[in-house]
Design a protein around this ligand. Sequence first.
Ligand SMILES: Cc1cc2nc3c(=O)[nH]c(=O)nc-3n(C[C@H](O)[C@H](O)[C@H](O)COP(=O)(O)O)c2cc1C
Length: 214
Amino acid sequence: MGEGNIQDIRKDYGIEELSKASVLDNPIDQFELWFKDAMKSEGCEVNACVLSTLDENQCPEGRVVLLKFYAEDGFTFYTNYQSKKAVQLARHPMASMTFYWRSRERQVRVKGRIEKVPAEISDVYFKERPEGSQIGAWASPQSQEIPDRAFLQERVAETKQRFAHEELTRPEFWGGYILQPIEVEFWQGRPSRLHDRIVYTREGEVWETKRLAP
Ligand SMILES: Cc1cc2nc3c(=O)[nH]c(=O)nc-3n(C[C@H](O)[C@H](O)[C@H](O)COP(=O)(O)O)c2cc1C
């Protein structure tokens, strides 16, 4: 145990405010505004978020993934299509992404339906990745039990040999998912735990906003 008590760790927020009047009409535009702010002040991994899915017992499970693209139609990340999360998404194609930008005292939650991105888009993104990451995607049977680290190193060596004389293409078991938002919540820390929360929900093509109690 470290020095001091966990109970005594607390922080008062209050660098910014958020209101229904101040947010943009579209949550993707609002996300972009906050994402750009976070890029300026957050340092690294501003695109890291917790992706939550449901397992076969309806138990939620979260893990960090990196957002690679966002636009009106959704939020994209890349992963192994045979991983635990992929099995969970095949069974229950709904998920949420939670971003926390400490430097701005902000949280964003995005929730919605999830689909695989078209193979051609995954191909393009795969080509852009550093070679080590491309090899890693081939070598790692993500979420499977493996005996030791040497197993991975052997798979890396095999992959390098296999592609020594041909183009390193995307494995079919690796690609992107896009989360199509049906609800997006923006949270801004405020003093004395009276934080600002604005949630967008979709009514057909129109986004509506509500203020929620903190
Ligand atoms: C900062 C950070 C970024 C990560 N980015 C990804 C990612 O983009 N895609 C991915 O599949 N796993 C990523 N991971 C690993 C996942 O958190 C997780 O361990 C892995 O995807 C297996 O999850 P699963 O067994 O639930 O499928 C990242 C982990 C961290 C800490």
